[in-house]
Design a binder for this molecule. Structure first.
Ligand SMILES: [Mg+2]
Length: 275
């Protein structure tokens, strides 16, 4: 297969030889609120400054990594208290639990690709989905102690990026490419769901992108001509995936629908916001 061959042992989601894999963002996609935004807005420098950073990022004035580090640096509460605060406040998308059960029954591995921090995601998923959450592979950034401190003390932690040289911090396309470059006879169909600026690096690497209604990812997809389909919650994703798995619709057909929805105004983004 040549030198570009990927070692399958590195890809736990391939163990069951699946026909489909569902990759997904975590914050604001599996959860209703973005936990990092929530933390920044309530424990850090606040919503106004955070939103200005998101918009600067969407307009290419700052990269995601630097704007995200800035947000996280504004949160000085001890790390264990941050996690507890999020576990107490962040809620799951109402359709996700059913989707996840369906995915387990149909050999469709779920891989979480996040720009957030793995310890936060694991704590939230265990609370929100229960012990079966451990069957999801979770890839995100990590947390590190600041010099001379411990993470569970005031001002003691900082984000540790998975890909510090990438402007994305965690370049989701690196992991996705390991799958998209598999030999055709074993390469699964790749789904991806996301909502925001942190999904820009993944948007063009998968076969069908679900973009959350009314969120930044839709503006980006339209700007970059990346095909997508719109979802409001995970029951929409479940319905569409069932159609595709059963063969009553194709991935290509589903991808075409997003742009049509956007043009008709059904994607929840005003045409005037296109830049
Ligand atoms: Mg998100």
């Amino acid at each position: 297969m040549g030198s570009a061959q990927v070692d399958l042992a590195e890809l736990p989601a391939m163990k069951s030889n699946p026909q489909f894999i569902f990759f997904t963002d975590f914050d604001g996609t599996i959860t209703l609120q973005d936990s990092n935004d929530y933390m920044t807005d309530n424990l850090g420098y606040g919503r106004e400054k955070r939103r200005a950073g998101n918009i600067a990022c969407l307009n290419d004035e700052i990269n995601f990594r630097d704007s995200f580090r800035d947000m996280m640096d504004s949160v000085t509460k001890p790390y264990d208290q941050c996690i507890q605060y999020l576990v107490d406040n962040i809620k799951l998308d109402p359709g996700f639990a059913e989707f996840f059960q369906w995915s387990l029954q149909n050999n469709i591995p779920v891989v979480v690709l996040s720009s957030g921090m793995e310890p936060v995601i694991k704590a939230l998923l265990e609370k929100l989905v229960g012990p079966q959450a451990s069957q999801m592979q979770i890839l995100g950034n990590d947390v590190a102690a600041r010099e001379g401190k411990q993470i569970n003390e005031e001002g003691g932690w900082q984000i540790a990026f998975k890909h510090p040289d990438s402007g994305f911090g965690h370049d989701k396309s690196v992991e996705l490419r390991k799958y998209s470059s598999l030999p055709e006879q074993i390469r699964p169909t790749m789904f991806y769901a996301g909502d925001g600026v942190s999904d820009l690096s993944a948007a063009s690497e998968t076969d069908l992108l679900f973009a959350k209604k009314g969120h930044d990812l839709i503006s980006y997809c339209v700007k970059q001509d990346v095909p997508f389909t719109v979802f409001e919650d995970w029951s929409d994703i479940l319905g569409k995936c069932k159609e595709i798995v059963e063969g009553s619709t194709s991935v290509g057909q589903a991808a075409k629908e997003g742009y049509q929805a956007y043009k008709s105004g059904a994607a929840g983004i005003n045409m005037g916001t296109k830049k």
